[in-house]
Design a protein around this ligand. Structure first.
Ligand SMILES: Nc1ncnc2c1ncn2[C@@H]1O[C@H](COP(=O)(O)OP(=O)(O)OP(=O)(O)O)[C@@H](O)[C@H]1O
Length: 239
């Protein structure tokens, strides 16, 4: 059982407070939707947890340990993993080699073991022809590769940043099924940044809403979507 906790987590870029005193607890078994209008601070919040930004103020705890000062690669090795909104595969490496990077760098496996583990994981996610160049993958395969790279770091906490963007409805359904299956099997805590509310309702069991960097609601989607502050944040109730 793992728990990620943030306490008053804050970052300012010049005069802009992108994430403002956010308190959150996320535990194994939860799939949390992170929603909010464009520019609300969702990606920045993940970046603070993953160690890509250092906060101006506040603390990140993993299983009770203060990890605020730790660099991103240490946090990845400790079990905090994420996908990126803009997928940037290592283009001169194959699908299999891209997935191997997670095992080599975060899980510190040797090349032989990393190759075998990456092949097993790819097959588990329905990826085949593993020696293809990444430029030959379709969009669903590219997204699965990104998820596989994150899973190869052996996460306890996994953040998915707009991983469904660009998928059609059939592909989205498959991705949702896959993420739910993996989260349950590995008892992960998952945070999902997503703009499509259909994805949020079918994938998550709890939602937080960020607006101007502030956490303005936390609870089941049905409750949160009725919250007046949330409706105002979405300018007239697009949720
Ligand atoms: N490195 C940075 N330097 C300066 N400002 C930044 C930086 N990163 C993010 N911001 C600003 O912080 C705010 C929050 O951005 P962020 O990308 O976290 O929002 P978001 O909720 O993920 O948006 P979207 O849904 O459009 O992806 C925005 O105003 C953005 O311009």
């Amino acid at each position: 059982m793992s728990e990620l906790r943030t306490e008053n987590l804050t970052i300012s870029f010049g005069g802009l407070v992108a994430v403002d005193s956010v308190n959150l607890s996320l535990k194994s078994g939860e799939i949390l939707g992170i929603i909010g209008p464009n520019g609300a601070g969702k990606t920045t919040f993940i970046n603070l947890i993953a160690g890509i930004h250092n906060p101006t103020r506040g603390t990140v705890y993993l299983d009770g340990e203060d990890i605020t000062g730790k660099p991103a690669h240490d946090r990845a090795a400790m079990g905090i993993s994420r996908t990126f909104q803009l997928i940037n595969p290592l283009r001169n490496l194959t699908l299999l080699e891209n997935v191997m990077t997670g095992y080599l760098f975060a899980s510190k496996m040797n090349t032989h073991d990393a190759r075998n583990a990456a092949a097993r994981l790819c097959l588990d996610l329905g990826l085949d022809r593993l020696n293809r160049q990444t430029s030959n993958l379709n969009i669903l395969e590219t997204k699965k590769m990104e998820i596989a790279k994150a899973l190869a770091c052996n996460p306890k906490i996994l953040f998915l940043d707009e991983v469904m963007a660009g998928l059609n409805s059939t592909e989205t359904k498959e991705a949702i099924r896959l993420i739910k299956h993996i989260a349950e099997r590995q008892n992960l805590a998952v945070g999902v940044v997503e703009h499509v509310m259909g994805v949020i309702t079918s994938l998550t069991n709890r939602v937080i809403v960020l607006d101007n960097g502030q956490l303005i609601a936390d609870g089941p989607y049905t409750e949160v979507s009725r919250n007046e502050r949330v409706k105002t944040a979405y300018l007239g109730g697009a949720v």
